[in-house]
Write a protein of this length. Structure first.
Length: 320
């Protein structure tokens, strides 16, 4: 758990770990040079399963990498300091790993829950008696059906992470988790439980995700392309990776046309021509050829974002 100036939220996140039905765990909190009282709150916890490592501010990637290096367990799970685990999260991931022992990474669905003052998150009904477990063997193509992983919903075998260090690219805070998930998927299948057992807090003031720059390919995408072209992937992986990157360029073309920059949209669409065999590329071309004017474009099931994904809704209930 990387910690940087999250004092109002850290205890909620830690409590969600300590009440796990799978109690054989350690929680490593890496305080990345916080200037608030978050570190003091962590050190006040008497549960021996919690230990804190303090370092000068070096960013979330360095903090996560240091936590991985310090971990003593067989599996390493990640949780941001403002997110939350359902009490059955870890035990459910263990079930997924038993179902697919060949998977060195396991995950579950997550809900994006708006930030709110006071008790958080709201309770929702989650059935985990017999959830569907999907084995993802082609993450790029699976991702275009809807994002599958978040920084707080994945656990990875420690030995796999050890051979991939530095797991998160130092100095990066946008897409640094995506970088790891896709590199992992090139080495191992990922088993994902279709039950929303993680709450991912959104709308938080000062969130790093709000600092993402529009209209650019982030560094992790360039690295994925370099791996695809270097010959280190299988032919099937290479094809999927390059197709996925082309789809991202189509998304950037859509962003450009919605913002009124049609020329930039054409440039991105041409760069994404590997996706021209699909309907989405041609629909975007139609968008670009439309007569300029005041319009709002909506495509069912999709939206122009950094990586296109399905709109998510939250159904809040009262039962645990």
């Amino acid at each position: 758990m990387p910690l940087y100036n999250k004092a109002p939220y850290i205890m909620c996140a830690i409590e969600s770990v300590l009440v796990q039905t799978c109690a054989d765990l350690e929680l490593i909190v890496v305080d990345d040079g916080s200037t608030d009282d978050g570190g003091k709150l962590v050190t006040s916890i008497t549960d021996p399963r919690v230990r804190m490592i303090s370092q000068a501010n070096a960013g979330v990637s360095v903090a996560r990498n240091r936590g991985i290096a310090s971990a003593r367990g067989e599996w390493v799970a990640f949780l941001d300091a403002d997110d939350w685990y359902d009490p059955r999260y870890l035990s459910t991931l263990l079930m997924a790993q038993e179902a697919y022992p060949e998977a060195d990474a396991v995950a579950c669905d997550h809900l994006k829950v708006p930030h709110a003052v006071g008790q958080w998150p709201p309770k929702w009904c989650v059935a985990v008696r017999a959830p569907e477990v999907e084995l993802i063997e082609n993450l790029p193509r699976r991702w275009m059906r809807g994002p599958s992983l978040s920084a707080s919903s994945v656990a990875v075998r420690a030995t796999r992470l050890a051979e991939m260090q530095p797991c998160f690219p130092p100095g990066e805070f946008c897409g640094e988790d995506m970088d790891l998930w896709f590199r992992l998927a090139e080495r191992t299948p990922i088993a994902i439980v279709h039950a929303p057992l993680v709450a991912y807090r959104v709308g938080l003031p000062g969130s790093l995700s709000k600092q993402r720059k529009a209209g650019i390919l982030e560094p992790w995408i360039h690295r994925m392309q370099a791996r695809a072209l270097s010959g280190t992937m299988t032919r099937s992986q290479q094809k999927s990776a390059l197709w996925f990157i082309a789809q991202i360029r189509v998304t950037l073309a859509r962003e450009a046309v919605v913002s009124g920059n049609r020329l930039e949209g054409f440039r991105w669409l041409l760069r994404g021509r590997r996706a021209a065999t699909g309907t989405r590329w041609w629909l975007t071309a139609v968008m670009l050829l439309m007569v300029p004017g005041s319009f709002v474009v909506k495509w069912e099931g999709w939206r122009a974002n950094r990586i296109t994904h399905k709109t998510e809704t939250i159904s809040v209930g009262v039962k645990p």
